[in-house]
Every structure is written in C-alpha cells, then in structure tokens.
Design a protein. Structure first.
Length: 268
C-alpha cells in the first residue's frame, strides 16, 4: 500500500511540475492564452514601483532559497529523518513547483521604460533563441535521467521493491561540451526576448545571479562526491560555454551527471 500511495503522490507531483514548466515558458515569453495562461511576466495591472520591486524580489528569493537549500546534502540528511527517502525527491519537486506557482500568481509588472524592443529578423532571431533555450533545458534533463530528476523513478522503484542505483558519473552528449547545459538553456530562454521590459530584466538578472551562485554550490557538492574525477572534468569542460579545443570526450575517466545534486546534476 505504501508503494502505491508513493506512486500516486509522485505521479500527481510530476503532473504539477509539468504544468508549472509549461506555464513558465508562456509566463517568461509573454504568451498569454485565455483560460490557460491568464498572467505573464508583463501582464496585469501595474502598481507603485517600490512595492512591485520588493514583492518580485521576495518571490524570486523564496524560489532560490527553497531550490538551493533543500538540495544541499546536509539538508537532505536532516530532511530524510522526517520524509521517507523514496519520496524525498518528489517532495522537493512539489515545493519547488508551489514556489513557482506563487511567483506566477503574485508577480507584479513594473511600469518603467522598455529596455529594448526589436522587430523584424532580429526579433525572430531572439524568439528562436528563446525556444532553443527551453528545448535545451528539456533535452538536458533526458540526457541525465528525466524521471529520476523529478522523482518518478524513485517511487516506481519503491513500488517494485527495488533500490535506485548509486550515483554514476558520465558525460552524455551536451555534457561533453558544457558542464551545465540545463542552466545554459535557462539563461538563453530568460534573456532572449524581442521586448525587454524592466520587470523582465529584473527576472533575468535575478535568475542569472541565482544560477551563478547555484553552480558554485552544486560543484562544491560534486567535488565532495566525486573528488578528482570531477576536478578533471571541470578543467576540460566549460561551465556554460564550450572551451575552444577542449572537451570531455574520449577519456575513460570522463564525468557527468550525479543524481540528487542541485542544478544540472539533479535539481534543475
């Protein structure tokens, strides 16, 4: 019975994650769809500037703190004293999804001059990069283990009475060229817009700062988990952009994705 309940819990949370992920694309891209996407990053009634800045910054901070603090190994060791290990990841995904729902709901548009606005071929190019970024995010999750990343593999394993294998380091496809293709995809999606408003700029700057900090925290955990193997990988492969003439390919000690670590290795 516990395995069935865990599977139902994991499935419902995965569906919630999928809905929040798809909504994120529309939210950031200002793709308002009546009945499905009632609010985007620049839609809605504007209010006083300072309260809008404070509320938006607080919403971003809530997501960043939840997303990073709960991903740290020390927190996981404490957290799993109360939450069963098979649903720990699912619970993390649930709370991250709820933090995003809160952000979508309470986000305030900012009434300031537009930072940039382009059309024609330049606008189409930025739109293409926007979609490329989201595609890169989704592809990168499947290159490691999409269903483990979002908790489904763990609850299925519990139902079948199996254990999830220990983390293994590998370099599938994009991970041979950049260490964090998921983060790279998010950066492309957040910055590539034909019309950059002040609110969108706040979102892009704040999430970029969070990503850069999160990478440092994640890589510290990966070094602790994989030691010199990860250090060698970090020397050969660029963080967000490929290093000219370098790559992880070919060597028997090449590295990559470890489950349960924040960012591109487990908690993106």
């Amino acid at each position: 019975m516990g395995g069935i309940v865990s599977l139902l819990y994991g499935t419902l949370v995965y569906m919630l994650f999928l809905a929040t992920f798809l909504y994120a694309i529309a939210f950031v891209g200002n793709l308002a769809i009546p009945g499905l996407v009632p609010k985007t990053i620049d839609s809605g009634a504007t209010g006083p500037l300072i309260p809008a800045l404070l509320v938006n910054t607080l919403l971003l901070a809530i997501f960043a703190l939840q997303h990073s603090v709960m991903a740290r190994p020390a927190f996981k060791r404490w957290w799993t004293r109360f939450v069963p290990q098979p649903v720990e990841r699912t619970t993390y995904v649930l709370l991250a999804s709820l933090a995003l729902v809160l952000l979508y709901w309470q986000w305030r548009p900012i009434e300031l001059p537009i930072v940039w606005s382009v059309d024609g071929m330049s606008g189409l190019l930025l739109q293409a990069v926007f979609w490329l970024g989201w595609g890169l995010v989704l592809l990168s999750t499947f290159l490691i283990n999409h269903f483990e990343l979002f908790g489904l593999r763990q609850v299925v394993a519990r139902l079948l009475g199996r254990s999830v294998p220990e983390p293994v380091f590998r370099t599938p496809f994009l991970y041979r060229r950049v260490r964090h293709p998921i983060y790279l995809g998010f950066l492309l999606a957040f910055w590539a817009t034909p019309t950059m408003t002040a609110g969108h700029l706040l979102f892009a700057v704040a999430t970029t700062g969070y990503i850069l900090i999160g990478i440092q925290l994640e890589e510290r955990d990966l070094v602790g988990l994989f030691g010199d193997q990860y250090r060698r990988y970090r020397e050969r492969v660029g963080m967000l952009l490929p290093l000219p003439g370098r790559g992880a390919g070919g060597g028997g000690d090449t590295t990559a994705a470890a489950r349960g670590i924040d960012g591109a290795r487990g908690n993106d």
